[in-house]
Write a protein that binds this ligand. Structure first.
Ligand SMILES: NC(=O)c1ccc[n+]([C@@H]2O[C@H](COP(=O)([O-])OP(=O)(O)OC[C@H]3O[C@@H](n4cnc5c(N)ncnc54)[C@H](O)[C@@H]3O)[C@@H](O)[C@H]2O)c1
Length: 252
């Protein structure tokens, strides 16, 4: 595992699921982490856990879709830890619906969190990375940004947008020494994927994956840390699928 001592990672949606998993992993590897979330209780719990293990963390309440709160999140990282090296732009919400069943307000709300939130956190964190001479950004898309199923059009749109935004930003931010990649997970064991009936939903999802299981947040965190690490220094503008084979198999 790479040593991230002296580095600072901002993680959106850091209170639960993939964000909490990446927060624990970055901290265990020596980084100071900012856990930005609308759920302050959840982020504070992860902060305490990291601190109890001897790490450095700050729970920060921010709605990533709000420009002022995203800007404040980046400023807080600067004040608490002296700058930003990495951003895991990961906060997102699930929404089921079609263009027929999704109202304009629901559409806007979903895109505001899932896509505008990635843009805003990239924007304000990249400004701080430039001050440090560079950095790395990983954004959480989804297999649904690549392929689709019924009843997910707003969510799929947001995730396809994240892949395009990451690719385009990799070009624009390269002159500043910032690499940008996205990841597209299959089903991972988190509150979002578990929904109201976690064990039933996990089991149903596992059946569709070639490996016949769902993924764990720690497995996604390992990919995120690798993409931020120096050995990944030649990787930018890529989208990494981490899905237990979900998207490789034709349904025949
Ligand atoms: N779990 C999966 O199977 C899976 C698969 C593919 C993609 N994803 C994506 O991974 C990301 C993380 O999902 P997860 O499964 O960990 O979900 P989760 O619900 O377990 O955790 C998401 C966290 O984001 C926070 N959050 C939500 N809206 C926010 C906002 N506006 N500002 C700040 N924080 C906010 C929530 O409070 C929560 O703590 C999401 O973008 C999701 O779309 C998840």
């Amino acid at each position: 595992m790479s040593d991230f001592s002296g580095k600072v990672a901002v993680i959106t949606g850091g209170g639960k699921g993939l964000g909490a998993g990446a927060g624990r992993a970055f901290a265990a590897a020596g980084a100071a982490v900012v856990l930005a979330d609308i759920d302050n209780a959840a982020a504070s719990e992860v902060q305490q856990e990291i601190e109890s293990a001897g790490g450095r963390a700050l729970a920060f309440t921010a709605d990533v879709g709000d420009p002022e709160q995203s800007r404040a999140m980046a400023a807080a990282a600067d004040v608490a830890f002296g700058g930003i090296d990495y951003l895991f732009a990961n906060a997102g919400v699930q929404h089921y619906g079609t263009v027929l069943t999704t109202g304009p307000d629901e559409w806007d709300a979903l895109l505001r969190t899932n896509l505008t939130g990635v843009y805003l956190s990239m924007k304000y964190c990249a400004e701080r990375m430039i001050e440090r001479g560079g950095g790395a950004i990983v954004a959480t898309a989804s297999v649904q940004g690549l392929q689709s199923q019924a009843n997910v059009s707003p969510y799929a749109t947001s995730k396809g947008g994240i892949i395009a935004l990451s690719r385009a930003s990799a070009i624009d931010l390269a002159p500043h020494g910032i690499r940008v990649n996205s990841i597209s997970p299959g089903t991972i064991r988190t509150p979002l994927a578990g929904g109201d009936d976690p064990e039933a939903n996990y089991a149903r999802s596992a059946a569709g994956h070639v490996l016949k299981r769902i993924g764990e947040p720690e497995e996604v965190a390992a990919l995120v840390l690798f993409l931020c690490s120096e050995p990944a220094g030649f990787i930018t503008g890529a989208n990494y699928v981490i899905d237990g084979g979900l998207t490789i198999k034709l349904p025949i």
